[in-house]
Design a binder for this molecule. Structure first.
Ligand code: ATP
Ligand code: MG
Length: 796
């Protein structure tokens, strides 16, 4: 049955209650984190239904992720029953897909039109650029893709854009041509890219008033959560769907319908999607756009303790040009925010695991109560490894687990097949990876031979690779039937490659060296590098990470061979098979990026990597706007915590196979000391260095690099001064104390080109040999740190 009205208002504060019962003109709810915005939105929907002011079919609620949509729907259903199912609760993109699937005929689209994801559209753009004969060095398809996305988010179509271009031979005019052709090719393919979903829906609603009227008649209540993260196209979409609120007396617009009741909730301090074109302007100027709007402020935070709230407020209050808020809580001070400085990312992870165990013993904290955040997905590996080793159940949200990624599985398959020539599964996995003309048919012939001769798949490959008439142990090698000559040649090359790698391993090569040889000689790396697909660039980064894992392994265990390395990898990779002993009840620790944590809350939160150059992200350090966005991101991170908040950093973090010393995050410095309980205020490495007097200064106050080892190899990570690549965090520090690295052929100031990023300038060099890293400024705020072995960089 329906809950009575009073039940839906119970426990709400007066402002929340006013927001739930509000009727009439547009409603804007602006408030800080954890003040009940989402709860008010949910209760408002339930209230509309319970009081009969709306039928479920009249409600359109927009959330930022599908997960949030599912949660909201569930909560409304819980409050008002299964009737709620006919509401639309979805993301902008899902809502538009639904509309477009219904209206496809209006647009001349096939009902089964395809939706291109980022990788697909990038591939298409590459083809388009090729067709237009555009030099990829001067006009990187990747850049074009991003620009087209920006234009679509601004609702600028190809003709509009072309009209703004003045000079015929410019970058802009090339872009205009590419945009035009790209859209034509999309339409020919009956495909829409991600940004089209919004833009095409908006265009359709504007071009076909009857269609627009249909949806306006249907959706009498439009509610948008996380409004601060809408971009211009989404903003216009909301306006088209709700109808324009032109005059204060609420009279309708062109189709005579009164506008829908529009409710938007958001927090300008939590706007973290500027890179996708989101504009805080939408929330800041809502009142101007909708003159009859009512604004309600929520000031009580129900989520966090006072100490957590104070720390978050201290960080966000440094942002210029924000509206100050007066957020308070009556849930008590709670424990202090715990600070921790680890020696390395591994030690940081270990601290977190130990703390999770300690909390479990102390007050019954369950894994499901805990979340661990990081700034970028690549940071999850060290955390995952410790979780596996300590048996703490965990899940990674958004982003595949490291060892489950395709390229990592492929690379590990090579190593396994080297270590074990009879490993059929792994041999079959890589037989035609990268493609070498050994498709299903060739594989089937080899498998049939193995069966017939009762030998392993690996032995069958050896047979297939044998020269005609060859003998083994005095007997002729049996012929593998049904293999074409070309396939035979290819098998021979593949077999030779594997045998060479095995010889390397037998001669005592380090696992990292075998890995490098496998990726180089198979052509695997070259293929990824040559690809224009941005996903392939990520794959190369992941392989660089695997190289780092292998190199690190040898440092810890100089005698360790390939078998030992693979054993360690298996322990981590097979985590899936380990049953969750803690059971469903206790749940799993959640590992996720801060971006995916938006809107969520956890009793215990660990924010990791609180280093300048990690969080805030390196590329934000020179741009004030980007730094403000990082600060909002930090505010989001800190305000996810309900009872306990941990902020940790690593004095040395290894990225790109290079240990880097990173100063403390400036966000840590913003938090008053009285709120922090430093479990460990400096790393043991800082202490070591302090004593050695080798020119290092204490953590958090900046540092100078030490001397490199003469042989150019880095010392084990935990025993004294390390040759470090220095992450230049500010312009002023740039290059000042970086030891000259012997990167063959590259010097500071050199101009280079990169297949995906275009032309850049070398602004930093670190490390040597296979660990050599160059920091390259590609312009437009894009500074990349590239492990040269894995980067297609050419000196100009
Ligand atoms: P964010 O800005 O992070 O999205 P929010 O403003 O949407 O936060 P909610 O997630 O709706 O905040 O609420 C935060 C927490 O406070 C939730 O656990 C919610 O159930 C609780 N809460 C909200 N209002 C009340 C209230 N009046 N009484 C008790 N708990 C409340
Ligand atoms: Mg919310």
């Amino acid at each position: 049955g329906r809950p009575d009205e009073a039940a839906l208002l119970e426990g709400l504060n007066p402002q929340q209650r006013a927001a739930v019962v509000h009727t009439g003109g547009p409603l804007l709810i602006v408030a800080g984190a954890g003040s009940g915005k989402t709860r008010v939105l949910t209760n408002r929907i339930a209230h509309l239904l319970a009081t009969g002011r709306a039928r479920p079919g009249e409600i359109l609620a927009i959330t930022f992720t599908n997960k949030a949509a599912a949660e909201m729907r569930e909560r409304v259903e819980h409050l008002v029953g299964p009737d709620a199912r006919r509401m639309w609760v979805s993301t902008f993109h899902s809502a538009c897909v639904r509309i477009l699937r219904k209206e496809h005929a209006t647009l001349g689209l096939r009902s089964s039109f395809s939706i291109y994801d980022a990788a697909d559209s990038q591939r298409l753009m590459t083809l388009v650029c090729r067709q237009l004969d555009l030099d990829p060095k001067k006009y990187p398809p990747k850049t074009f893709s991003r620009k087209v996305s920006d234009l679509k988010n601004e609702l600028v179509d190809p003709e509009d854009y072309a009209a703004t271009v003045s000079s015929a031979n410019s970058f802009d005019s090339a872009l205009a041509q590419a945009y035009t052709l790209y859209n034509q090719r999309l339409r020919q393919a009956h495909a829409l890219d991600f940004d089209d979903l919004i833009m095409v829906t908006v265009n359709m609603l504007q071009a076909f008033p009857a269609v627009a009227e249909h949806y306006r008649r249907r959706f009498r209540h439009v509610l948008v959560d996380e409004y601060q993260d809408t971009n211009h196209a989404q903003y216009v979409l909301v306006r088209e769907l709700a109808g324009v609120d032109r005059d204060a007396d609420g009279a309708g617009d062109r189709d005579g319908l009164p506008p829908a009741e529009l409710t938007v909730v958001g927090d300008a301090d939590q706007s973290i999607y500027a890179f996708r074109g989101a504009t805080i302007r939408n929330i800041l100027e809502f009142e101007e756009d909708y003159p009859s709007a009512t604004t309600i402020l929520l000031e009580q935070n129900y989520r966090s303790t006072q100490n957590i709230l104070s720390a978050a407020n201290a960080v966000i209050s440094r942002n210029p040009g924000r509206r100050a808020k007066n957020l308070w809580t009556d849930s008590g001070e709670g424990p202090l925010v715990v600070g921790y400085v680890a020696d390395s990312e591994h030690e940081e992870a270990r601290f977190i695991a130990e703390e999770i165990d300690r909390l479990a013993a102390a007050d019954g904290t369950r894994p499901g109560d805990v979340a661990v955040f990081y700034r970028t997905n690549a940071q999850s590996r060290a955390l995952e490894e410790v979780m596996v080793r300590t048996g703490i159940p965990y899940k990674v949200v958004g982003g595949t687990r490291f060892y489950e990624r395709k390229e990592i599985k492929d690379a590990v398959a090579y190593l396994r097949a080297v270590a074990n020539p009879d490993d059929a599964v792994n041999l079959r996995r890589i037989l035609n990876v990268p493609k070498r003309g050994l498709g299903d048919r060739a594989e089937a012939m080899i498998a049939a031979h193995a069966e017939r001769e009762r030998v392993s798949f690996g032995a069958a490959i050896a047979d297939a690779a044998a020269e005609p008439g060859a003998t083994r142990e005095g007997r002729p090698v049996p012929e593998v039937l049904g293999l074409a000559t070309r396939a035979r040649t290819q098998v021979r090359a593949f077999h030779q490659l594997m045998e060479d790698l095995r010889a390397m391993d037998a001669a005592g090569a380090r696992p990292a060296e075998v890995l490098d040889a496998a990726l180089d000689r198979s052509g695997y790396l070259a293929e990824l590098r040559a690809s224009e697909d941005p996903q392939d660039a990520t794959r190369v980064e992941n392989l660089a990470e695997l190289h780092a894992v292998a190199a690190e392994f040898s440092e810890q265990d100089a005698e360790g061979g390939l078998g030992d390395f693979l054993e360690r990898v298996s322990l981590v990779a097979d985590s899936d098979q380990i049953p969750d002993a803690a059971g469903q009840e206790a749940g799993q620790v959640t590992l996720m990026t801060v971006h995916t944590a938006k809107g969520l809350e956890f009793p215990v939160v660990f924010v990791t990597g609180m280093e300048d150059g990690t969080f805030p992200h390196q590329r934000s350090l020179t741009e004030e706007d980007q730094l403000s966005e990082e600060r909002r991101l930090a505010y989001v991170a800190l305000t996810r915590a309900r009872q306990r908040l941990y902020l940790s950093r690593a004095a040395v973090r290894t990225a790109w196979g290079m240990p880097q010393e990173l100063p403390a995050s400036r966000f840590l410095d913003d938090i008053p000391g009285s709120l922090l309980d430093w479990r460990r205020a400096e790393s043991s490495m800082d202490t070591l260095r302090g004593r050695a007097g080798s020119g290092f200064r204490a953590a958090g106050t900046g540092y100078r690099s030490g001397e490199g080892r003469p042989d150019g190899r880095r010392a084990p990570a935990r025993s004294g001064p390390v040759r470090t690549g220095k992450l230049e965090s500010t312009g002023a520090r740039l290059g000042s104390a970086t030891p000259r690295a012997d990167v063959p052929g590259l010097d500071l100031g050199d101009k280079v080109t990169h297949d995906s990023y275009g032309v850049g300038t070398v602004v930093g060099l670190e490390g040597a040999g296979s660990s050599a890293v160059a920091k390259i400024d590609f312009g437009g705020g894009q500074v990349k740190r590239l492990l040269l072995r894995y980067s297609p960089v050419t000196k100009l």
